[in-house]
Design a protein around this ligand. Sequence first.
Ligand code: ZN
Length: 504
Amino acid sequence: MNRKRISLVFLMAMLYIASGLSQKKISELLKDKSLELNKVEDYVLDKKIIPPQCGSIYHPDTTDKELNYYKKNSSPNNDAKYVINVFFHIICKNDGTREVPIDENNIIDAVATLNNKFNQFNIFFKYKGFNNINNTNKLTIFYGLQGQTPFGTFTELVQYSKSINKYQGDSFNIFIVDKIFNNNIQYIQYSGMANKKGVNSVIDDEYLLTSTLPHEIGHNLSLLHTYHNWNKSNCELANANDNVDDTIPSTTFSGDQVNSDCLTYTGTNSNTKCNINFPQVPANNFMSPSTLPCRSLNNAIFTEGQGLRMRTAIQQNLYTKFADVMSSTESLYQPYSSEIILGEITHTEPDPNNIGNEIIYRTPSTYKHKFQKGFDYEFYQTKAPCNTPGKLRLEHSITKNEEPEDTGYVRAVRIKQLGNDIIVYTCLGGYKGKANNSVPINSILIISKESLGDNKYQTQILGINDLKKNPNYEQKLPPNKYYFIRKMLENGMLIKKTIYKIDI
Ligand SMILES: [Zn+2]
């Protein structure tokens, strides 16, 4: 080995270590919350970190057959809106913790990202929820494995989630893990993997809110990498490349082999094979191999051809592969969570029909509804019957970058991205009148004094059984004293009352 070669190996090793250190840094920053998940792309760009690529590798035979398939099938581009349910699995350690914290807000942001990038093709995503899978050995996923190991592949992770009844058959299942590697020998890191024309994908937690997520969902909806067939010996395949007409022919390339215009290829791969010229590469395409700076979430695009390909894939699998995961456009008008906000307490009194309980009276309670982010909303008040919008009054509007919330009973909503329809999304008439409820008393503490300024006092505690035996305890208290009564209710409320008994 000559000196030049040695120094090159040394340089590569240093780069590898530096890159490894940077990777570790991201998860540490996310862990101590000095970096937000949606700022990872900016950070990676700023620190010139080379992010890992997608690990989805598809069997050539399948995709070659597909080429002929797509040649024969042209798709009518109608206006049908497709709504796909998405469900997330957060993989955690056995004890339920994880290095990079992921909460529902991050997942809502992820669904908003998908809607922002796919709505242009009339493809929508309905958030169906998330769960945690606590298994340390499932935090790291491998494309391939050698020898005896407690770890598993992506397919095994999907199987495992089914075996513990966490898998959601009615949704796209998106698994969020700690790390994805090609195998347990080389440990080349991947940012995500997906079943092509399928319903499952896995993503490295650090890259949840980057262009990796739309990329993987693009695979689910049948898209290939833009460079897919470039190196095939069959020139027909090489020319077809990703089988999409309006993505320019591309070779594989890394971030440093494209100019700052995100188009001009500066690498050395042959560009004369099969007479294909690729002086340019679609570096800002979501399905391109290299990520930053060109394939950032803000900069990246899907082409019209890719949109048509995805719609065709959905349409052709509506009653087969995608049959269970499709939802209605109406489902997008439904809040993903509705929480009761109790009214202010006005007064309380003992429940005459249920001794040992206290009735709590409130101003009317209401519902707080949360909607998924990523759409422009208009919320209306309506006094109409529940199944028609009736007379409407616009109350407030929320734009796609805000967190949409609405409160009330009979409410109607318009989602601009879905057109002009105004849908009554909730009808909870009747609840409003119920402004009181009966709550069991746990215990009563009675402090008695001769006068208000007296330092001496006596205490007595009544339990629930004492109260049931002696419901009129207040009337039986000896006269000519002050009584401070403290009722502790089962729901944690404390009711205070002061009385003075006079001798009549
Ligand atoms: Zn990919």
